[in-house]
Design a protein around this ligand. Structure first.
Ligand code: ADP
Ligand code: ZN
Length: 199
C-alpha cells in the first residue's frame, strides 16, 4: 500500500466469492505486518466455526491466529491502545456496527484490513460489505476460477437445496465458485437439484 503517514489510518477491503483467495490475501498482509513488528490484532466471527476455532484458515491451509468474537462491540472492547493494524476475516457476518467501528479505528490511525464475501449465494450484495467498500481507501476484488467452465468467477454457488438462509456456513462441499454464466441463483428446495432457468 502506498500511503506513507504519521498518524493516518485507512481501511483495506478484500472482497470476492468463496475460494477467491480472500483469506490468503488477508493472511499475507497481516503476516507482513507481523514481520515488521507492527502491533496487530486479528478477529473473526464466532459464526464461522468450520475450521480451527482460534485461527483463520484459508482453503489452501494457510493459517494465522485470531480472536473469536460475536459482535462489533466485542472487537471495540478488545482493541489495545498500542494496536496499529487490525485484521478481520469473514467480515460480512458482523452486524452493521462494524462499519462505524472500522471508520473509528481508521480515524485513530489504525490500518484496518477486512476480508469478506461481497455477494451472498444468490448474487445479492452481502450487507454490510457495500458500506465497507464505500468508506474504504483500498478495495481489492478477488476472483476464483469457475468450477464449471474456468472463467473468472465472482459468485458462490450453493450446492445443497432446502436451505434458503443467507447465512448458512458450509465447507467446500456445499459451495463452489462460479462465473456469471454458470451461476444459478436459485436452488430447487425439495430435491436439492440445481434449478437452472437459463437452460
Ligand atoms: P476465500 O477466503 O476467498 O474463500 P481462500 O483464501 O480460503 O479463499 O482459498 C483460496 C484457495 O482456494 C486457492 O488458493 C485454491 O487453493 C483453493 N481453491 C479451491 N477452489 C478454487 C477455485 N474454484 N478457484 C480458485 N481457487 C480455488
Ligand atoms: Zn463458468
Amino acid at each position: 500500500m502506498h500511503i506513507t503517514h504519521g498518524e493516518t489510518g485507512w481501511i483495506e477491503v478484500v472482497c470476492g466469492p468463496m475460494f477467491s483467495g480472500k483469506s490468503e490475501e488477508l493472511i499475507r498482509r497481516l503476516r507482513r505486518a507481523q514481520i515488521a513488528r507492527q502491533p496487530l490484532q486479528i478477529f473473526k466471527p464466532r459464526i464461522d466455526d468450520r475450521y480451527d476455532a482460534t485461527k483463520i484458515v484459508s482453503h489452501s491451509s494457510q493459517t494465522i491466529e485470531a480472536t473469536i468474537v460475536s459482535t462489533s462491540q466485542e472487537i471495540a472492547e478488545a482493541i489495545r491502545s498500542d494496536t496499529r493494524v487490525v485484521g478481520i476475516d469473514e467480515v460480512q457476518f458482523f452486524d452493521k456496527g462494524i462499519v462505524e467501528l472500522c471508520e473509528r479505528l481508521a480515524g485513530r490511525g489504525i490500518r484496518v484490513i477486512v476480508a469478506g464475501l461481497d455477494q451472498d449465494y444468490t448474487g445479492a450484495p452481502f450487507e454490510p460489505m457495500p458500506q465497507l467498500m464505500t468508506v474504504a481507501e483500498y478495495v481489492t476484488k478477488a476472483l476464483a476460477i469457475c468450477a464449471r467452465c474456468g472463467a473468472p468467477a465472482g459468485r458462490s454457488q450453493r450446492l445443497i437445496g432446502g436451505d434458503t438462509r443467507v447465512v448458512a456456513v458450509g465447507a467446500a462441499e456445499s459451495y463452489e465458485a462460479r462465473c456469471r454464466r454458470c451461476h444459478v441463483p436459485r436452488i430447487e428446495a425439495t430435491t436439492g437439484e440445481l434449478f437452472d432457468d437459463k437452460k
